[in-house]
Design a protein around this ligand. Sequence first.
Ligand code: C2O
Ligand code: CU
Length: 535
Amino acid sequence: MNNKINSQRRKFLQYSGITAATIATYPSLLQAKNMGTSSKPSPNFHADVEIELTQKAVKVPIFAGPETRVWKVFGKVLKGSPSTIGNLPGSYLAPTLNLQKGQKVRIYLRNKLHAHSILHWHGLHVPAKMDGNPMYAINHGETFVYEFEVLNRAGTYWYHAHTHSVTAKQVYSGLAGLIIVSDKEEQALDLPKGKYDIPLVIQDRKFDRQNQLVYGVNMMQRMSGFLGDQIMINGKPDYVLPVEKRSYRLRLLNGSNSRIYKLAWDDGSPVTVIGTDGGLIEKPETMPYVMLAPAERRELWVDFSKKPIGTELTLRSIPFDGASMHGGMMGGMGGGMMGRRGGMGRGMSSGRSLPLGGDYLVLKVKVVKHAKSNSSLPARLTPIKPLHLRDAANANKARTITLSMRHMSALLNGRSYKMNDIQPDEVIPVNTLQLMAFDNGFHRSMGMMAMPHPMHLHGEQFQIIKREVTPRHRAAHATISEGLVDSGWKDTVLVMPGEKVSFLKPFNDYKGLFMYHCHNLEHEDMGMMRDFLIK
Ligand code: C2O
Ligand code: CU
């Protein structure tokens, strides 16, 4: 091992708090190139808004007692309306960026962490260089300047660290926040606004007795993904949302590393969905529960006007068959069984256990007062331009990406992530529509390694056209299928064991590298990530 790698390795160990034994299973980390170089604003880009985001290690008060060490993003508006940034006081979450469609945005990312890092704008269609590819990670003291126009329609997007091999740890430590995009079309609708439009970031965390974050990464947890034992909403434990007797728009983001939620109201009311990853859907959809995989967003419309004051309502995650377990070592990978078996490292030492696919409370809502106004649910929300198969450049031959896990690796078409390693099937002509599919053991059984994968593609959003499930997995799939929302624009899609999901994705406007990966962040860091080259 040469000195440079040695010192990088030492640096990483020093600041990450991850043990050397863990590193040994991250071989790619040792080859990680740290391309850190500051970038400069371009004189030809005339920004409507300018924001400074500074990443720092700080302590925040989450519980009574000792404060919690986190990695926090601090925001400052340098140009434009002060409301461009909404801070969440006391939260470890990054500030919310409130943007308008058509705005030209310049963001100065200043890295004051003793670690290299880079931010990605999840769901936004921006030029390749502005997309937060891990190759642009910057070091302590450096600045990366992002410049892009907001091309996306109104919706709930987010941003988070996307640093090679350590995305999971960095997001877990706090490097993630919301982006709310608004536009004229949305503003014209009579949807709940202002304090009746509430973003809710759902994450699971684990804390030790000193209130410090615990990130357990033994081999088993890497395969299943990290599962915490404490649900946090907007960075707060035991969150209670006080509401008036009226309707609300709740914007849910699953910002968890790997946890999949199956959300239902405990009083048996159906869930009314009005939006998804890429904003509003055409018309409200009502379902008994709604699935929310990592990185996905769902916007719910909830009417509390008929509930008596004092009513308490909870949104729970209810049981589902989360993984295909056929008696192998992955049995019980949900965490519950691992917890009961014990001895899986200090990450599993807590008394509480929230197994994947278990039954637990996510959010408590309390009706506290009468309302002066209300809004009624529009029967039609927004027109969505459908993509057509006949317009695809490859209508007869889908670009299929197989998902697989074996020998402690997670692969896409049999490959794991490597920087600048574009294979011929990863080159896509710009300004084309592509028929694509994720195949999670639909054509070839993945055996005991079959796991759900929330698959994400950078760049423009896509439309789902078909789901197919092998007979062997249909019963398990039926425990989640009524809660899928496949309409509207998507950037992340849950692909269950034995399932194949087909979709149409446009690759317009921008050339360069755009990633596709599993948004189970432990899978991503394990290599379940690749680049497309658009040219
Ligand atoms: Cu939200 Cu490439 O990630
Ligand atoms: Cu995955």
